[in-house]
Design a protein around this ligand. Structure first.
Ligand SMILES: N[C@@H](CCC(=O)N[C@@H](CS)C(=O)NCC(=O)O)C(=O)O
Length: 287
């Protein structure tokens, strides 16, 4: 569980905030996951939107709250939590209504969610190439300089290796783009994991049996994003598709994954171009 120390935080005003405050972005997968759990548990929270498109996550103010420069961040009565999977586990632990971690999985949940979290950079790789066109340098030298200079750079009192990993990811994208090889690798990793989920869902209604859990929420968000990018879920993993359809219809889920007409139009145009040049996700990753 990543709970920041006061010494990790430069924007000290948040340490006095009461109640639940979420820093998030509408289209961010990890934010969507967190908001769905807040909805399912009928919790009241204060919204602080951080616009990733406007690079608000690289401002000194926000880096002073989350030294990784990522969303979401939860403030709960002056304590600061980062990492979406930690946040959803914490919310379930602290608020007893509508429990979303079955008792028998309490010790194993973290490990199960870690597996999903390990695929996050793969999701980003696929997203940045197969949603709207974001140009060659989605994070510029100046953005990365702001990122480097902002915040304490520490998490739980130690220099944070994840910050370096983030900078390296964007520097690589700036120098070589998101290559076919990177897409292939990321898609392969997803295909392997989704095939395992497909087997589980041949027997179970949900990923841990017959009751819904935060693991379903976490994977729902990933699968939803992959489909948006053109991943052929129905053809490759039909049981995952069957599990997904009723979740899509639940209002607590549906309202968090709404796509604006402008974004839908931009993604459609990008997919059209990719179809003409045979560079869709299916083409590149040979799915
Ligand atoms: N492991 C983190 C990943 C958070 C993350 O990467 N968030 C993305 C949005 S989904 C972000 O803030 N990206 C910053 C960027 O695009 O520069 C978590 O689960 O909270």
């Amino acid at each position: 569980m990543v709970k920041l120390l006061d010494s990790d935080i430069q924007t000290k005003e948040v340490l006095k905030w009461k109640g639940l405050h979420l820093f998030h972005f509408l289209g961010s997968a990890c934010s969507q996951k967190t908001r769905i759990v807040l909805n399912m548990k009928s919790l009241k929270w204060v919204s602080h939107e951080i616009n990733l498109g406007e690079k608000e996550h690289f401002t000194p103010w926000y880096l002073g709250i989350n030294p990784r420069g990522l969303v979401p961040t939860l403030i709960m009565d002056g304590s600061v939590y980062i990492e979406s999977n930690d946040i959803i586990q914490l919310l379930d632990e602290k608020f007893p209504q509508n429990k979303l971690v079955p008792k028998s999985f309490q010790n194993k949940m973290n490990e199960l969610l870690c597996h999903e979290n390990d695929l996050h950079l793969d999701l980003r790789t696929i997203t940045f190439r197969f949603t709207q066109d974001r140009g060659k340098t989605p994070r510029t030298t100046e953005d990365l300089q702001n990122f480097r200079n902002g915040g304490t750079g520490t998490v739980e009192g130690k220099a944070d290796p994840d910050k370096i990993r983030e900078i390296e990811f964007w520097e690589k994208v700036a120098s070589e783009g998101i290559t076919d090889q990177a897409v292939k690798k990321s898609a392969e990793r997803f295909r392997f994991s989704l095939e395992n989920l497909n087997k589980t869902l041949a027997k179970n209604q949900y990923l841990l049996g017959n009751t819904i859990s935060i693991l379903d929420v976490a994977w729902f968000i990933y699968v939803n994003r992959l489909i948006f990018c053109g991943y052929p879920i129905k053809r490759l993993h039909p049981n995952v598709n069957k599990w997904l359809e009723p979740l899509h219809k639940r209002p607590e889920f549906a309202k968090e994954i709404i796509v604006s007409p402008e974004l839908a139009k931009a993604v459609k145009a990008n997919h059209q171009r990719q179809q003409e040049t045979k560079t869709t996700l299916v083409d590149v990753a040979d799915l």
